[in-house]
Design a protein around this ligand. Structure first.
Ligand SMILES: O=C(O)CCC(=O)C(=O)O
Length: 261
């Protein structure tokens, strides 16, 4: 039987994204959710953004974490299950750039179309930048799953402008892209993983359902990409965690939280 991983880089370079179903075991996902819900330091970092200028009061809840730490989220960022497909896509090692804990509760959320490299091209010479979304809750159309435009990474980086607390991609270009490219609703079960290119256009509707849609988004760059700002790079070197080391890191974090609360 053909190795399904053999085509990761082909699918990623054709579509600008790749979904791997059930990549992370649901027991680990449930444990990460338990930790997150009880984690006081994360709760203190969650911010509310106004992603839509002049909106109807719907806010986006998220925590931005630029560093790897000794915690469950960073363990997932470094797990072999997440990192190995990335290394196959780029045929080289990757470095961590940031983590977003995306807390898309009922009545929150919503992002206009943008490219993540649209936010980060000042830091990196090449658009070799990848965002990796791990579904913790089911992501559905009803609760505002991510939408991607298939093949839009081939447009290159579009102009972005400020809009509320977001940077949004030029609306005319987005409309033109949508005339000829498919908009894909990335419905995902917990433990499924979406890899998407830094120039892939993506957006999401607010979560107007009764169910949460929490996820983690990790940004990585291949080690061949070049940091071009004068200040020191903020990239995190990964310590690859096999399944046992990953599980053990989750348990260590959960035990620590139990003692704290
Ligand atoms: O999770 C979402 O709804 C959108 C997230 C997103 O677009 C981003 O982090 O760039």
């Amino acid at each position: 039987m053909a190795d399904p991983s053999a085509s990761y880089s082909g699918r990623f370079s054709r579509d600008g994204y790749l979904i791997l179903e059930n990549q992370i075991d649901t027991t680990a996902i449930e444990q990460i959710l338990r930790i997150w819900r009880a984690d006081p330091s994360l709760a203190s970092e969650v911010k509310e953004n106004a992603n839509f200028a002049g909106d109807d009061g719907i806010r986006t809840r998220l925590a931005y974490r630029p560093r790897l730490a000794d915690d469950a989220y960073s363990a997932l960022a470094q797990s072999a299950r997440l990192v190995e497909p990335l290394e196959q896509i780029y045929a080289t090692s990757v470095q961590h750039y940031y983590t977003l804990n995306m807390q898309k509760d009922p009545g929150t959320g919503g992002w206009e179309y943008h490219q993540d490299y649209g936010y980060h091209y000042r830091e990196f010479l090449y658009p070799d930048f990848v965002s990796v979304m791990v579904a913790l809750d089911p992501a559905t159309r009803e609760n505002g799953c991510l939408r991607v435009v298939r093949g839009s990474h081939r447009l290159g980086r579009l102009e972005h402008e400020h809009f509320g607390s977001q940077q949004i991609a030029n609306r005319e270009r987005v409309s033109l892209a949508l005339e000829e490219m498919e908009e894909v609703y990335c419905e995902m079960s917990p433990g499924s993983v979406l890899y998407f290119h830094g120039n892939t256009l993506h957006a999401s509707h607010p979560n107007l359902s009764d169910s949460s849609r929490w996820c983690l988004i990790f940004a990585y760059v291949p080690s061949t990409n070049r940091w071009i700002l004068p200040e020191a790079p903020q990239l995190g070197t990964l310590t690859r965690l096999d399944e046992a080391a990953f599980r053990s890191a989750l348990t260590t974090h959960e035990d620590r939280i139990r003692k704290e609360v």
